[in-house]
Design a protein. Structure first.
Length: 223
């Protein structure tokens, strides 16, 4: 069985916005995948169905051997603990430091202070943000904020990572750095990493599978 599977999934927002139409695909462990589509194609909706912020109107979603579209809501926090999510709108706290953003998810998972500190140190060096550890987020550049979002999503070493337009507001150099972090994480941890992007120019930069999303419908093709 695939690691993540969409079976004939449709999502209609009221009153009648057809965001996804009969979407079927499956992802294996360790795959690095782009989901490419124009603004409004349904990329964020696709992710929100996996994180259970939304539920499909029709169809089934399976993750790691379990059906998640109808998962008991009491179990949703456990599902989310297994995911790493880079949100399209970042969702950082301006007054928190870089360090606080990195250790917070580990404390939620019950890790002790010593272990969390070690993990944060390692991540800071991976991100190249060692010198900014105690900076408040409001003092960071756009590229640094985006890297921090990636670091926060990866720090608990999830097996499925969803990155929503992680290069959306970045110059080319920072965009490549961010993608490289995600790509190398996928290789190192054998994690499935899905990167949603509207930017076709990114597709050739990494040996990735590409799923195209057009007005809520998927198709796959060669880049
Ligand atoms: N909460 C919502 N309520 C109603 N319509 C929505 C909602 N979220 C997204 N949509 C609509 O669904 C479609 C897909 O949106 P979205 O998933 O955000 O696409 P993308 O991330 O590819 O830009 C768009 O037409 C958008 O306006
Ligand atoms: Mg989006």
């Amino acid at each position: 069985m695939a690691f993540l599977e969409f079976r004939n999934v449709s999502k209609v927002y009221p009153p009648n916005v057809r965001a996804l139409e009969n979407v079927t695909f499956s992802l294996e462990k360790g795959e690095f995948v782009f989901v490419q589509g124009a603004t409004g194609a349904g990329k964020t909706t696709l992710f929100r169905l996996i994180t259970r912020e939304e539920r499909p109107t029709k169809g089934e979603i399976w993750f790691s051997g379990r059906r998640i579209d109808n998962l008991d809501s009491q179990l949703v926090p456990f599902l989310r603990q297994r995911l790493g999510v880079v949100f399209q709108d970042l969702e950082l706290v301006p007054e928190w430091t870089v360090y606080e953003h990195l250790v917070a998810p580990l404390f939620v998972l019950g890790m002790n202070g010593r272990e969390a500190l070690q993990a944060a140190k390692k991540m800071l060096s991976l991100l190249g943000l060692e010198d900014k550890s105690f900076f408040q987020v409001r003092c960071l550049s756009g590229g640094e904020k985006q890297k921090l979002c990636v670091g926060r999503a990866l720090i608990h070493r999830p097996k499925l990572v969803l990155a929503d337009e992680p290069t959306g507001n970045l110059d080319e150099v920072s965009a490549m750095e961010v993608l490289k972090l995600l790509f190398e994480f996928s290789r190192r941890e054998k994690a499935t990493v899905v990167v949603a992007t509207h930017n076709r120019a990114l597709l050739g930069c990494f040996p990735a599978r590409v799923i195209f999303l057009e007005k809520g419908r998927v198709w796959e093709g060669e880049r």
